[in-house]
Each structure stands twice: as C-alpha cells, then as structure tokens.
Design a protein around this ligand. Structure first.
Ligand SMILES: Cc1cc2nc3c(=O)[nH]c(=O)nc-3n(C[C@H](O)[C@H](O)[C@H](O)COP(=O)(O)OP(=O)(O)OC[C@H]3O[C@@H](n4cnc5c(N)ncnc54)[C@H](O)[C@@H]3O)c2cc1C
Length: 486
C-alpha cells in the first residue's frame, strides 16, 4: 500500500504544490467513477477500492513525462484520470495509486481546415470542445450521452462511441493521430496521416488502452462541417425483427444516417404515450439523415421506402424531439438516486444473431428475479451488426440480497453475448468490472495483450488490475463481494 506523503513530495517540483492534492476529502473525490456497482456499495458507505495516495494535476505533456519517470524510479503505480465518468471502474484505485488528473490540459491546440483535422489536449471537457468547434461551424461528431462530464482523452482511452456513430464512427474511426506517454516516460507520436501500411497499427494499441499501456496527452481528430440540412423520421414497426431488418438494410445500402435508434416494446411504450400508431406497431425506430440538401432528400426517400417495405408507418417526431432535448441526461442516475439497482450493459453482435440474443436474455431474466426489469435499445448500427444496449434494474431491496442478483444478471448478459458470438463491450470499455470476462472475450489475444503489457510496463505501474490484466501483489480484491465468475 502506497501511503507515506513524503513519497509524493518530489511531485510538487514537477506540477507545483498547488497541483498536488493530498487531503482526505480531495482523495475521496477521486476514489470512484460512475461504476453502478460502486455506487450501490457506497450507499452503505463502502469503497470498492482504496483512496488514491495523491492526486496530481499536470499542465503539459512534459509534466506527465516527468511524473511518469519519477513514479517509475520510485516504483509508484499511477492511474490517468479524465473526469471519472467511466462506468466500469477504470479509475478506481486498488492500492493507493498516484492519480494523474488530466483536466488542466484543456485546450484545442490547432485546427487544420485543409486536412479537416483538429488537435486537442487530452483533458479537454467534451461539451466545451464541441461548443468551440460548433462556434466555427464544425463538429467531430463524437457525442456520447456523457458529453458534458467526459474528456477527449477518456473517449479515446475507453474506445467510446457517440450517439451519431452511424455517420461519424466510433472514436477509433475519428482518432487520426495522437501523442502518449509510455511507462518509461518516452513520448510516443502517431502522426495524423490518412492511411499507412507499416505493420500493425500503433494507434490502435493506444486507443482503448484505458491507461494500462500509455497516458494519452493529445489527440488529432477528424473534423467535419456541421450538416446543412437534416430530416427526422419516426416510424412505428410491427415487431423487433422488422426494426432490426430496417436498420440492417439502411447500413448495408451504404447510407450514413446521423441517428438510428430502435427501441424494444418496453422502451417504446415509455416514450410514445398517447401516439396511436404504436398500439398496433409497438416497436419504434428513429432515423435522422443529414448533410448536403440533395443527399438528404435522396437518403430520406430511400429510408422511407425501406421502412414501408418493413411494414412501418411514419408518425409524429415528438418522441425523437423529447429524446434530443434530454440526450445528455442519465436515466440510470434517476433510478439509482431512488435506491433502485439500475445498470446498463452494451454489447455487440452480428445481425444474424441479434434477435436470438435478445430473446435468450429476455427469457432468462425472470428466473434470476421475477421483478427484475429488462429492456434494450439499438443505437449504434453497422453493416455487419449492432450494439444491443440493455438496461437491467432490481427494485429497492437490502443490498446483501441485491448484489448477488446483480452479479448473476451481468453473468447472464455477458455470458449469452459470448454464446451468441458477440463482444462483451461496445463503448463503455472494460475497466475493472469486465475483467473476469476478458479471457473469454479475447482468447489467445489476451495472451498477446499480457505480453505487450509485460514488455512495456514490467513493473506493472500503469493502471494495474484493469482490462483483465493482473493486479499487483498486495492490492485489494475488488470482487470480494461478488459471486464467483464461473
Ligand atoms: C451517464 C453516462 C452516460 C454515458 N454515455 C456514454 C456514451 O454514450 N458513450 C460512451 O462511449 N461512453 C459513455 N459513458 C461512459 C464514459 O463517459 C466514457 O467511457 C468516457 O469516455 C470516459 O471519459 P472520462 O474522461 O470521464 O474518463 P475516466 O472515467 O476518467 O477514465 C476512464 C478510463 O480511461 C483512462 N483514461 C482517462 N484519461 C486517459 C488518458 N488521457 N490517457 C490514458 N488513459 C486515460 C482511465 O484511467 C480509465 O481507465 C457514459 C457514462 C455515464 C456516467
């Protein structure tokens, strides 16, 4: 356990004493992210992990390098911190790690209009970043629900996905270049070039690393002019399979809608009260196309003809307008604040297995707990498949009864996803909580990841115990209250 404050004294020479936070209150603020399991345990005053030993707030890549070099010399583990909006426990300390809060690195450092690129420091808040680009008439199109509470570096570190991914891609499609500090303190640069054929992609080793291999200090992202025109379409469909088929057809036809949101019957009902079309057609699809006016007209006409062939009727846009007005607000938090055990799990699956995955889970949830809520929507779609975003919720009940049920629901959702050939995570990352499934997810690939980690971080100092990688000897067991992962 890292504890002695004198071990941290040298950091003040690097970042300035005012950027070294040591009080218990400060450290407590950084002891958790938005992992629902940790929120549930916090109701009883328990921490999933430890407090960080100290919090540092560097102002430049050079300071990050110097922190890392000193930490390596002193054998101190570190965790990069964006703004703690992660929902998998990625920033939770397990042995009093040194927390490196990136939020002072908060500026756009260059806009290159000719090559349509923007360079931004990794600690910039997402909402401020987008607002600055929007004021110039541009966007990067990465708009997660957590836009207002996340950083650009956190997006790339978690391999995030925004609400307009069907047009702009996930963050791995948007990051063109980056700079990152390695565990030995060297600065890695991936230049922002269109494409290359020089071996495996180094960029892709860093994007999604969740602080286990490198600390991202700067990103160069693809930049787009804000669309000139847009058309919003809301359809009522007779069944889930028809809605999934419609989205598949749209993506396989090569259209680029900015929004595709399909809702199961439960989520449709909660968003369409009073709209007659949904009485006979209980599944909703929201499709929004945008861009050059000519393309918008052509894409909207195609969407409407595909929808008609799928048995859809077009209805008023109110459900979409209401969603858009609250698109950066968390429904999960509302339930959690009322004492429910609400969680969300986003997985991916090919189109051919999507309907079967939903049905397999829906059938088994009541066997775990009859009053458990299960619902899903599909809001990230690709030519080859879809992200199924599922909500599970247990009612207010004693925590010692709820946590084992919560663990069994996770086991069901992730286990069935793997059994259906899917991936256990689409955009929230893996962090701490998905560690137990990482070997099943990656197979031999997990050996490769462990080998890379061992080679570049032999002391295991970069965010130890995350991404399914081993924790350090002596760190606490974050799963001590969970049922065993079979
Ligand atoms: C209400 C709500 C809605 C959400 N909606 C979405 C959504 O729509 N799409 C989506 O993708 N995610 C969503 N998330 C999850 C979360 O917001 C994202 O994962 C986000 O990208 C995390 O950013 P952050 O800056 O808060 O990172 P943090 O939570 O601070 O860190 C997350 C992980 O990244 C690492 N990390 C952070 N910064 C760096 C860096 N500079 N270099 C290396 N590693 C780093 C941390 O060590 C940690 O492992 C949501 C979360 C909430 C609470």
């Amino acid at each position: 356990m890292v504890s002695s404050e004198t071990r941290f004294a040298e950091f003040a020479d690097i970042v300035g004493a005012e950027n070294v936070l040591t009080t218990e209150d400060d450290r407590r603020r950084y002891a958790h992210d938005k992992l629902p399991y940790a929120n549930f345990r916090a109701r009883a005053g328990a921490l999933v992990g430890t407090l960080p030993g100290v919090v540092l707030r560097p102002g430049s890549a050079d300071e990050v390098q110097r922190i890392v070099r000193h930490a390596a010399k002193a054998g101190l583990p570190v965790i990069p911190y964006g703004s703690g909006s992660g929902v998998l426990g990625g920033t939770i300390p397990l042995e009093g790690e040194v927390m490196i809060d990136m939020q002072r690195m908060d500026r756009i450092t260059g806009v290159d209009y000719e090559n349509a690129l923007v360079t931004v420091q990794a600690g910039m808040n997402g909402e401020l970043f987008e607002a600055e680009l929007n004021a110039k008439g541009y966007t990067v199109g990465h708009l997660p629900q957590s836009l207002t509470i996340s950083t650009t570096g956190g997006w790339a570190a978690c391999r995030g996905g925004g609400q307009e991914s069907s047009r702009y891609g996930k963050i791995e499609d948007i990051v063109v270049g980056l700079k990152a500090v390695l565990p030995d303190g060297r600065l890695l640069e991936v230049r922002p070039l269109p494409k290359r054929a020089t071996g495996p992609s180094i960029r892709d080793l860093i994007v999604g690393n969740e602080g286990t291999l490198a600390i991202i200090t700067e990103l160069t992202l693809r930049l787009w002019k804000q669309p000139e025109a847009e058309e919003v379409m809301v359809f009522a469909l007779p069944e889930r399979a028809a809605a999934l088929g419609l989205a598949r057809r749209i993506m396989q036809a090569g259209l680029h809608p900015r929004i595709v949101r399909l809702y199961d019957e439960r989520e449709t009902a909660s968003r369409t009260e009073g709209i007659a079309a949904f009485a006979e057609r209980p599944v909703m699809a929201n499709i929004v196309v945008c861009g050059e006016p000519g393309l918008v007209a052509a894409e909207a006409a195609l969407v409407r003809s595909f929808a008609a062939e799928a048995g859809a009727v077009e209805t008023e846009t109110r459900p979409f307008d209401e969603w858009r007005a609250t698109r950066y607000k968390s429904i999960s938090k509302l339930w959690q604040d009322k004492g429910y055990y609400n969680d969300t799990i986003e997985v991916t699956v090919n189109w051919s297995r999507a309907a079967a995955l939903y049905e397999a889970i829906e059938k088994q949830v009541p066997g775990i707990f009859p009053e458990a809520h299960f619902s899903a929507h599909w809001s990230h779609v690709y030519p080859e498949g879809v992200c199924q975003y599922m909500t599970i919720r247990l009612p207010q009940m004693p925590q010692d009864e709820a946590l084992p049920l919560h663990a069994r629901l996770w086991e069901l959702l992730e286990g069935e996803t793997l059994a259906h050939g899917g991936s256990i995570a689409h955009h929230h990352g893996s962090g701490l909580f998905r560690g137990p499934w990482m070997d099943d997810e990656l197979g031999v690939g997990m050996d490769l990841l462990r080998a890379v980690k061992q080679a570049i971080d032999p002391q295991n100092l970069f965010n130890p115990g995350k991404l399914g990688l081993p924790p350090r000897a002596g760190s606490i067991d974050p799963y001590r209250d969970r049922v065993d992962h079979a």
